[in-house]
Design a protein around this ligand. Structure first.
Ligand code: GDP
Ligand code: MG
Length: 178
């Protein structure tokens, strides 16, 4: 079996969007390899990484994760990147209001040009930096609710909520009727 049409074994394209430096690559590396490398300057070398998770109802979800190699700097290239994505994870840094503004830009872009049934997640990363917080949970949560998105704060550094992020996304995927 397998493939996108088997309701027990889903395969989905997931893209990450957000300002450069918010921690997109670190989130992917934490999820896929269980690692955090604070010295790594480069983005994930491979064009995509995959990771499969099993849900309690015995569904498996294989995420094909597309990490940008800096394409986030070129808005015009973005549609090529998120085309056909079933999931978009829009990431900001809780210490950076600019990155939260940029996240809202990406959400609008995805609502206009993304796949019709795309699952959108809003992620406030670097939650370990509480003392430098500049984006409140209330603001982010309110924005996410208004836009029908799932919201969570994560830390790729401590691993806090990283698995939960992907599990919650998996639960929200549309299932092909049997
Ligand atoms: P990207 O440009 O969005 O892919 O960002 P990166 O994943 O390359 O991360 C940018 C910088 O933020 C790196 O120096 C990381 O070490 C740091 N970083 C990423 N995630 C976290 C986190 O959860 N907490 C903290 N404190 N730093 C992080
Ligand atoms: Mg990166």
């Amino acid at each position: 079996g397998g493939g996108a049409t088997d309701p027990k074994n889903l395969k989905v394209k997931l893209v990450l969007l957000g300002d450069s430096g918010v921690g997109k690559s670190c989130i992917v590396l934490r999820f896929v390899r269980g690692q955090f490398d604070p010295t790594s300057k480069v983005t994930v070398g491979a064009s995509f990484l995959s990771q499969t998770i099993a849900l309690q109802d015995s569904t498996t979800v294989k995420f094909e994760i597309w990490d940008t190699a800096g394409q986030e700097r070129y808005a015009a290239l973005a549609p090529l990147y998120y085309r056909g994505a079933a999931v978009a994870v829009v990431v900001y840094d809780i210490t950076s209001p600019e990155s939260f503004n940029k996240a809202q830009y990406w959400v609008k872009e995805l609502q206009k040009h993304g796949s019709p049934n795309i699952v959108l997640a809003l992620v406030g990363n670097k939650a370990d930096l509480q003392e430098n917080r500049e984006v409140s949970i209330e603001d982010a949560k309110g924005y996410a609710e208004k836009n029908g998105m799932f919201f969570i704060e994560t830390s790729a550094k401590t691993a806090d909520n990283i698995n939960q992020l992907f599990e919650e996304i998996a639960k929200r995927l549309p299932r092909t009727p049997t």
